[in-house]
Write a new protein. Structure first.
Lengths: 296, 225
C-alpha cells in the first residue's frame, strides 16, 4: 500500500466536509473533556478522603508506644462488640505509606517523619452509620488503654463523598450522551465522504483496488477527527486544572481532609484514557460507516 | 480463457437473466454478445468480473473458478480484466492523464511505472496531446478512448466492453472498434456486448446471441442476425 496516497486522500477528505468535521471534533472534545473532568474530580475526592473509604466511619488511633497487650485488648474489644460490622488494623508501615501518599506534594514533610513516629490505628465500620451512633461508639472506644484519640468521619466528609459520587454519575450520563452524539456525527461525516466519492470508489473497485485500500483513508479520517477532539479536550483540562486546584478548599480549610489534588500520574492516566477514547470513537464511527456504505 | 458451465442467474424479482449458459471462449478471441435489451448481455459481462455471482453453474476465468472466489480475492481477479462502459465512467475532476494513472495508482503501482506506462497508452489511443485536458473538454469518442486507455493500461488478459459505442456516432464508433481490434491483436481476449448491427456485420467475428437469458446462437465469423 502506498502511504503517500493514503495520507493525500485522508487530508483531502478532511478538508472536503470541513464544517461537519469541525462539529464532530468539537463534540468529541466537549464530551471527552467532561469525562476527564469527572474522572479528575473523583480522583481528587478519593485523595482527599482516603481514610474514609469503604464504609469506615471512625478511627481509633493508638499511642505510638502502646504495648502489645493494649493492642490485643483493643482488638478483642472491637471483635466482641455487637455494633461493629468490621474493622481493619493499620500498622506503622501502613500508616507511613499512607502518610507519604497524603503529603506527596510536600516531600519535605515526609522526609522528617519516620514510620516509628506514627500511630497505629483501627479503621472501624459500624453497623449503624448515623452520626449519633458513630459518635457514641467512638467515645466508648476512645477511653481504652493506650488510645491516643479517636476521629469520626465528619458530616462534611460524608457530604463531599455523596456529592462527588452523584456529580460523577450525573456528568458521566451527560458525557455518555455527548459521546453517542460524537459517534453519530463521525459516522455521518464519513458516510457523506463516502457518498461524495462514490464515482471514484466505483472506478477503484472496477480496476481492482483492494477493499482495505479503499477503506483505510476513510477510517483514518474518522480516527484523526477523534484524536483531534481528544487533544483539544486534554489541552483544555490541562489549562484549567491549576486554576481549579487553587479554587478548591485545601486541607487547612477542612479538617481531616487532605487537599483536593490530582497527582501527576493520575492526570497522565486520565489523559491517556481520553486519548484512547477519542481514537476508539473515531475508528468505530468511521469503520461502521465505511462497511455499511462502501459495500466493498 | 473463459468458460461458463450450466450458468443460471436469476434476479430477486425472479427475472431470469441467464439460463443454463454453456460457453467456451479461448485466449485471444473477439466475441460479440448480441440480443435485445434485457436479454442478459450485461449480466453475462457482470458475471465475468464478479459484479454478480451465478445462482448455479460454474464460471472459470483465466483457469480459476470464480463462483467460489472469496471476497478479498476479487480485486486481484479484476486486475486481469479491463472494463469499458457506455457511459465511460471517467472521473470529472481528474485530467485525462490522472484518470488513466488512477487505475495504476490504486492497485499500488510505483510512480516510475505510472510515468512510463500512462504516456505510452495515451499515445496508443491517440490522445497524447490531450493528456492535461479534463473529460468535459473532450468529445464522446475521445472520452471513450480515455476509458479504453484506462482499461488497457494494466495490460489485462481480458477486456470486457458493455455497449462501448452506444453513445457514439457511427464514424466515431468505427474509431473505437479499430482500437479494440488492435488491442485484441496483442492477444487480449475481448468480450463486447452491443446493439450495433453495422459493427458486428463488418467485423465478422464470433457472435453469441442471447434471447431472454438463453443462448440461441453461437456462430464463428457471424453477423448480427
Amino acid at each position: 500500500m502506498k502511504l503517500d496516497y493514503m495520507l493525500r486522500e485522508t487530508t483531502s477528505n478532511l478538508g472536503r466536509n470541513i464544517t461537519i468535521g469541525i462539529a464532530s471534533v468539537m463534540t468529541v472534545a466537549v464530551s471527552l473533556a467532561l469525562v476527564g473532568a469527572s474522572l479528575m474530580l473523583r480522583s481528587g475526592v478519593e485523595n482527599a478522603t482516603k481514610r474514609w473509604q469503604g464504609g469506615i466511619e471512625f478511627v481509633v488511633f493508638m499511642k505510638p508506644d502502646a504495648t502489645p497487650d493494649q493492642l490485643a485488648l483493643m482488638q478483642s474489644a472491637l471483635e466482641d462488640s455487637p455494633s461493629i460490622a468490621s474493622f481493619k488494623y493499620v500498622d506503622k508501615d501502613g500508616a507511613y505509606k499512607e502518610f507519604i501518599e497524603l503529603f506527596s506534594d510536600t516531600p519535605e514533610f515526609a522526609d522528617n517523619v519516620k514510620a516509628s513516629d506514627l500511630p497505629t490505628s483501627y479503621r472501624v465500620e459500624p453497623f449503624d452509620k448515623s452520626a449519633d451512633a458513630v459518635e457514641s461508639l467512638a467515645a466508648q472506644f476512645g477511653g481504652g488503654a493506650g488510645v491516643l484519640k479517636t476521629a469520626t468521619a465528619s458530616t462534611t466528609i460524608r457530604l463531599i463523598q455523596s456529592l462527588s459520587s452523584r456529580l460523577t454519575v450525573g456528568i458521566f450520563i451527560i458525557a455518555a450522551f455527548l459521546l453517542g452524539a460524537a459517534l453519530l456525527l463521525i459516522f455521518n461525516t464519513i458516510r457523506m465522504a463516502v457518498f461524495s466519492r462514490r464515482r471514484e470508489i466505483e472506478v477503484m473497485k472496477l480496476v481492482g483496488a483492494t477493499n482495505w485500500f479503499i477503506r483505510v483513508p476513510f477510517m483514518l479520517e474518522g480516527l484523526i477527527q477523534g484524536l483531534i477532539g481528544a487533544i483539544i479536550a486534554i489541552g483544555a483540562l490541562a489549562a484549567i486544572k491549576p486554576f481549579f486546584q487553587d479554587w478548591l478548599p485545601s486541607s487547612n480549610e477542612i479538617p481531616l481532609v487532605s487537599g483536593f489534588r490530582v497527582d501527576t500520574p493520575e492526570t497522565i492516566l486520565i489523559f491517556v484514557l481520553m486519548g484512547i477514547g477519542g481514537v476508539v470513537i473515531g475508528a468505530i464511527g468511521a469503520g461502521v460507516a465505511v462497511s455499511r456504505f462502501l459495500d466493498v | 480463457m473463459i468458460t461458463l458451465e450450466n450458468v443460471t442467474k436469476t434476479y430477486r424479482n425472479s427475472t431470469v437473466a441467464l439460463r443454463d449458459a454453456n460457453v467456451e471462449i479461448a485466449k485471444g478471441e473477439f466475441v460479440f454478445l448480441v440480443g435485445a435489451s434485457g436479454s442478459g448481455k450485461s449480466t453475462f459481462i457482470r458475471l465475468l468480473n464478479k459484479e454478480e455471482s451465478p445462482e448455479s453453474g460454474r464460471i472459470f476465468v483465466a483457469g480459476k473458478e470464480i463462483g467460489t472466489l472469496s471476497g478479498w480475492k476479487v480485486p486481484f481477479l479484476r486486475r486481469n480484466i479491463g472494463c469499458i462502459f457506455q457511459d465511460f465512467k471517467l472521473l470529472p475532476n481528474k485530467t485525462v492523464f490522472e484518470n488513466v494513472a488512477f487505475a495504476l495508482e490504486v492497485i499500488g503501482q510505483p510512480r516510475a511505472v505510472i510515468s512510463s506506462q500512462v504516456p505510452a497508452i495515451l499515445e496508443l489511443v491517440g490522445l497524447k496531446e490531450k493528456s492535461e485536458n479534463f473529460p468535459n473538454e473532450l468529445s464522446g469518442g475521445e472520452q471513450q478512448r480515455v476509458s479504453v486507455a484506462r482499461a488497457f493500461v494494466n495490460r489485462p488478459l481480458i477486456l470486457l466492453a458493455d455497449e462501448p459505442t452506444g453513445n457514439l456516432d457511427p464514424a466515431t464508433a468505427v474509431g473505437i472498434m479499430k482500437l479494440l481490434d488492435r488491442i485484441n491483436r496483442t492477444g487480449t481476449t475481448v468480450v463486447m456486448a452491443t446493439h450495433d448491427r453495422g459493427i458486428v456485420d463488418s467485423m465478422r467475428r464470433r457472435v453469441i446471441e442471447l434471447d431472454k437469458g438463453q443462448i440461441v446462437r453461437d456462430q464463428a465469423r457471424g453477423v448480427y442476425e
